[in-house]
Design a protein around this ligand. Structure first.
Ligand code: 5RP
Ligand code: ZN
Ligand code: CA
Length: 233
């Protein structure tokens, strides 16, 4: 698929790409860029023209190395202690579009002040890529030495086996990173429609991507190419 190839090359170069998951899932398009490459200008671009939540998706093995949990598991552990947490944790069937969310914790890098300005969020995200790469290279890392929580960057933990087990932008974006051979830590942000507040339609998202000279991919395209890529490894 030449479009997926272009997408992988763009991700490798640190450029923005767009991923629509599928009509049968969220039906949303996300801005997607490598965490190692994101700049404060990219954060501004995502929050102005995307308008969703700016999240950092990390490969499952990176989360294991760093010790990052799913938020749902963390909340489940607090259930007996805090009445509001008691029955709050998402259950199978709670989400209309998937069996579970990919949310992990929220963090700020320790060198940020409030954590929300474009430069603070870009720094937190760049440093997430950095510590992930160190962890992957076998260096001993202590996540809390560099980051504090709660913070202003939402972390997402990708499913083990990526698209084999879940097909959100969390997994689709990390699959692109793997094929690109870069640190499997990616930034995503949903595109919302300023005229009605809903998710931007696929057609409008595709037009927007074209206007900005960016690759637009659908989940099914990435899934197919990724499975073939895995089979070749
Ligand atoms: C976080 C989200 C987004 O939809 C994002 O695309 C990641 O989630 P998923 O992998 O479920 O699509 O919910 O803002
Ligand atoms: Zn989502
Ligand atoms: Ca999504």
């Amino acid at each position: 698929d030449p479009e997926v190839k272009k997408g992988v090359e763009a991700v490798e170069r640190g450029e923005m790409v767009f991923i629509f998951d599928s009509d049968s899932r969220e039906g949303e398009t996300d801005f997607v860029i490598a965490a190692s490459a994101i700049t404060p200008d990219d954060v501004r671009w995502m929050r102005r023209d995307g308008g969703g939540l700016i999240c950092t998706a990390l490969a499952d093995e990176v989360c294991t190395t760093l010790g990052l949990p799913f938020m749902a598991d963390l909340l489940a552990e607090g259930a007996g202690r805090w009445p509001a947490i008691g029955n709050i944790v998402e259950q199978a069937g709670d989400l209309a579009y998937d069996s579970r969310s990919s949310f992990s914790i929220w963090v700020n890098h320790r060198d940020t002040r409030t954590g929300i300005p474009d430069n603070d969020r870009a720094l937190t995200i760049n440093k997430l890529a950095e510590i992930s790469e160190k962890g992957r290279n076998g260096e001993a890392v202590v996540f809390g030495d560099d980051f504090r929580a709660p913070g202003h960057v939402a972390l997402l933990r990708a499913a083990e086996g990526l698209v084999e087990n879940r097909r959100g932008q969390t997994e689709l974006s990390v699959a692109l990173a793997q094929m690109a051979g870069i640190t499997p830590v990616m930034v995503v942000c949903e595109m919302l429609d300023d005229t009605n507040g809903k998710a931007l339609s696929k057609e409008d998202a595709r037009t927007y991507a074209q206007l900005h000279g960016c690759v637009f991919l659908e989940g099914a395209q990435i899934t197919k190419v990724y499975k073939e890529w895995v089979a070749r490894q």
